[in-house]
Design a protein around this ligand. Structure first.
Ligand code: EPZ
Length: 420
């Protein structure tokens, strides 16, 4: 395990270049398996989640070559093997191999996926989609065996606009016979990125980015080149940081439209922003105003920015309420923030109150999940004194080059092996 050590209280300025989206890349890599030829994906973030997916591809016998942010994947000779639990447990997104292998081989055997401890993280909507397409799902001691004589297009309504279920059903439907319509589909930018990748291979998908996605089955998917969309959650995390201690911090290589809900919130909080075509420049105002946050599916305020935003709200004047509507256990960072001097309180497992501004002091704290870790990095940079964040490997899962990117804007931050 690693730990991150920060000497806080420094003003940050300069440019932070955003990488490819983790939540898109972790879907694109398994989706590549659907292709009968080699595909190339650019702007892939160099994060441990991608390494784990690499392991699965190699286990299946795919030929994978990675250099810098490019990954070439040739799945023409892969075998349909059981994916070992030790690998699939490493990340939630391993479940995209369910849709991809079911589509390619009409059979997949996989263990329940892993992922951050932010909630129960069921996959019932994924399995409902596979069954609607004609698959049979058996659950043998946490190992799913999903088989289909044939996959036929179907009309599938999602009880909840689930990102994972939308993408997984899309993967399973792309070579099914006939037409599939997913209604109440998720609309996140990564859904569009995956649909575009599949269409570049020759799939026939329309409506991605709206709540109704139509997939007309095709027989063959061919080689193509594709690019991962910029990571709007990484971008939002650094925008939140700049809003507290930034001076002309430019967050670049982004699509501002993907951050509309955050931009609107930061305006309410009193943060002036210069918004360009592919960058946003922020200098922290003298005073941050308290506000209320309610997480919602895209394009609402993203749940993945709720924990980083909690740290900002400890510095805002007044009382803020956070209402987390997506995950039932996504406030684990608040205890750690309180250790550093914040005044926060859980009102229920979906509601918390934060009163500010409070002076934060460097402490030894623990990351409990990826975005909780990001919240603590921001707190460590804002606090005076030294902060040590244990379990920093959570953070490395989703923030490419975070130590270098922050060092480049003046932070005193380093990564060390931890003997905890
Ligand atoms: C994706 O998770 C992201 N992960 C999450 O980001 C993100 O928080 C989430 O979407 C919402 O935006 C990846 O893309 C790898 P969901 P996912 O299916 O697909 C319920 C991060 O920090 N649900 O949209 O798992 C579920 O319990 C991570 O980068 C079911 O009930 O999210 C939750 O309440 C954390 N049954 C809600 O839907 C299902 O079958 C959202 O889940 C599936 C989901």
């Amino acid at each position: 395990m690693h730990k991150i050590i920060i000497e806080g209280g420094k003003e940050l300025s300069g440019e932070i270049k955003i990488s490819g989206s983790k939540n898109s890349a972790v879907a694109l890599v398994p989706a590549a398996v659907l292709c009968d030829e080699e595909v190339t994906i650019a702007n892939v973030p160099n994060i441990s989640d991608i390494d784990a997916l690499d392991e699965i591809l190699n286990h299946l016998g795919a030929t994978v070559t990675r250099n810098d942010d490019m990954i070439k994947i040739d799945s023409s000779k892969i075998e349909n093997k059981v994916i070992p639990e030790v690998i699939s447990k490493k990340l939630r997104a391993s479940y995209y191999f369910m849709g991809a292998l079911l589509s390619k081989f009409k059979k997949v055997e996989m263990y329940f996926p892993g992922g951050c401890s932010i909630g129960a993280r069921p996959i019932n909507l994924h399995l409902k989609g596979f069954e609607a397409l004609g698959a049979k799902v058996q659950d043998k001691d946490n190992m799913f065996v999903i088989t289909a004589d044939n996959l036929r297009g179907a009309k599938i309504n999602l009880d909840f606009a689930s990102v994972g279920a939308t993408i997984n059903i899309m993967l399973a439907a792309v070579k099914a016979e006939g037409t599939t319509v997913i209604s109440n589909a998720a609309k996140e930018p990564h859904i569009v990125n995956v649909a575009t990748f599949l269409n570049n291979m020759g799939a026939k998908i329309s409506g991605a980015g709206t709540s109704e996605i139509k997939i007309v089955g095709v027989n063959h998917l061919h080689s193509c080149f594709h690019e991962v969309v910029p990571d709007y959650i990484e971008a939002g995390t650094y925008m939140i940081l700049a809003s507290i201690i930034g001076k002309k911090v430019t967050v670049s290589n982004i699509i501002p439209d993907h951050l509309e809900s955050l931009i609107s919130k930061l305006e309410d909080i009193g943060v002036p922003m210069e918004i360009g075509i592919d960058f946003i420049r922020i200098s922290a105002p003298d005073k941050l105003m308290a506000t209320n946050i309610k997480t919602q599916v895209y394009p609402g305020f993203p749940t993945d920015l709720q924990q980083p935003m909690a740290t900002l709200l400890t510095q805002a004047v007044g009382k803020s309420i956070i209402n987390e509507t997506i995950w039932e256990n996504r406030f684990l960072n608040l205890n750690e923030l309180n250790k550093m001097g914040a005044t926060t309180e859980l009102l229920s497992n979906s509601k918390a109150v934060i009163v500010g501004p409070t002076k934060l002091h460097g402490k030894k704290v623990k990351a409990t999940d990826l975005r909780a870790g990001a919240s603590l990095v921001i707190a460590g940079l804002v606090a005076d004194g030294k902060t040590t964040i244990e379990n920093a490997d959570y953070i490395l899962r989703g923030y490419e080059g975070i130590v270098d990117k922050l060092t480049n804007v003046g932070a005193k931050i380093k990564l060390e092996q931890s003997n905890e």
